[in-house]
Write a protein that binds this ligand. Structure first.
Ligand SMILES: Nc1ncnc2c1ncn2[C@@H]1O[C@H](COP(=O)(O)OP(=O)(O)OP(=O)(O)O)[C@@H](O)[C@H]1O
Ligand SMILES: [Mg+2]
Length: 363
């Protein structure tokens, strides 16, 4: 089995690493050769708009998956007309557009933040009279790590906010003073089997994920999240791993967004569970049985952003793993992550915060 992956960043790198443990091969389609995945996988260089190159790529793989949802739907449909694209183009198309995603959550009765579609300053002025402040203006497409977002505190800020997002199609949504943020990650295979992990708690700073830990939220939230995940997976006839991010307020979940792929908050599954999110995704793609996901050991994950610290400072710790994606350092860029394990959850979470503080560049 050779899996074609569109993209060759760190998610492709970690998928390729897991593919090796299943006896699968990978081939990553990328527009340039300077890519993290080259450490673990051969690359196939081509432009995403080049159908001839895509056709050649198609002839070398058995199925196609993605590591990034921001690929034009026409390209996805072209690939899908030749080989299985997993997850399918409809699922990817919805998740790459915040407006479609929010409308989709609403149509399935999955609670989400209030939102209004914005395509002009006039629309933004009128929406800002309908939603309370503070509110967030977010571009419909291409947002990540808090990019393409502006917080509005008063109606006077509409004009500058509209300029800040370069007058791109957007949504205005209400700001939620959440108690915490969580994500659910799970997968579905062609045999319609679904398997998902316990909720993961996520701590962001300046819109960027910094620390993920296993949640200590009540069982009722796990049930709610699993129900929402299963509803989405079935509705989209989805195959592969899907992640949904939620805000938690007063023991209620509000869907923020979803990712049709392995997710940064799921990196702790590498050490925490009997099967990682990367292996789970590959198993789902190959329609292999999805295993029950046993917790092996409590694990926390800390992102390494902007500047990679020296691994020698950390590796004296025996229960620590240091993942270096091999990327050039740039402000706010995710360059690697650390996972640590400890059966004492309180000590583990304290250690995660300590490591985060020692590596952080973002204040
Ligand atoms: N409506 C909101 N109310 C409160 N905080 C919010 C809201 N929307 C976003 N945030 C904060 O900003 C973070 C990033 O927002 P969001 O997940 O929508 O954007 P993103 O740039 O796509 O992020 P990601 O890196 O997860 O793809 C959230 O995890 C949350 O901490
Ligand atoms: Mg997010």
């Amino acid at each position: 089995m050779r899996i074609g992956i569109l993209g060759a960043g760190q998610l492709a790198q970690l998928l390729a690493h897991s593919a090796y443990t299943l006896g699968f091969e990978t081939l990553c389609y990328a527009e340039s050769s300077q890519q993290p995945a080259t450490r673990n996988s051969p690359l196939f260089i081509g432009e995403l708009k080049d159908n001839k190159r895509l056709q050649e790529f198609l002839s070398k793989v058995d199925l196609i998956t993605i590591e990034n949802e921001n690929i034009e739907v026409e390209t996805l449909q072209f690939l899908e007309s030749h080989l299985p694209l997993l997850p399918n183009s409809k699922a990817i198309g919805i998740t790459q557009d915040r407006l479609l995603e929010k409308q989709f959550f609403k149509s399935l009765n999955i609670p989400t933040t209030e939102f209004i579609a914005i395509d002009s300053l006039t629309a933004l002025d009128s929406a800002s009279k309908q939603l309370p402040f503070p509110a967030l203006l977010k571009t419909r497409r291409f947002g990540y790590d808090g990019k393409g977002q502006v917080k509005l505190s008063t109606a006077h800020q509409t004009s500058s906010a509209w300029k800040t997002i370069n007058e791109m199609p957007a949504i205005l949504e209400n700001f939620i003073a959440f108690d915490t943020e969580v994500s659910i990650i799970g997968a579905r295979n062609a045999a319609k089997q679904i398997s998902c992990y316990p909720l993961i708690t996520n701590h962001h700073e300046q819109g960027v994920l910094r620390i993920s830990t296993l949640s200590t939220t009540p069982h009722s939230l796990q049930q709610q999240a699993e129900n929402h995940l299963s509803t989405v997976l079935k509705e989209l006839d989805y195959i592969g791993v899907l992640a949904i991010e939620f805000f938690v307020k007063n023991n209620q979940l509000y869907a923020n967004e979803m990712a049709p792929r392995v997710h940064n908050s799921g990196h702790l599954t590498l050490e925490a569970f009997s099967c990682s999110q990367f292996e789970l995704h590959l198993r789902a793609l190959a329609n292999l049985p999805l295993p029950t996901l046993h917790l092996k050991q409590p694990t926390a994950m800390i992102n390494l952003i902007s500047k990679l610290p020296d691994n020698k400072l950390f590796l004296k710790e025996p229960n620590l793993h240091f993942y270096d994606y091999g990327k050039l350092a740039r402000p706010y860029r995710k360059l690697g992550h650390i996972t640590i394990t400890n059966n004492n959850v309180q000590a583990l979470n304290e250690k995660a915060i300590q490591i985060h503080q020692s590596v952080t560049d973002l204040k």
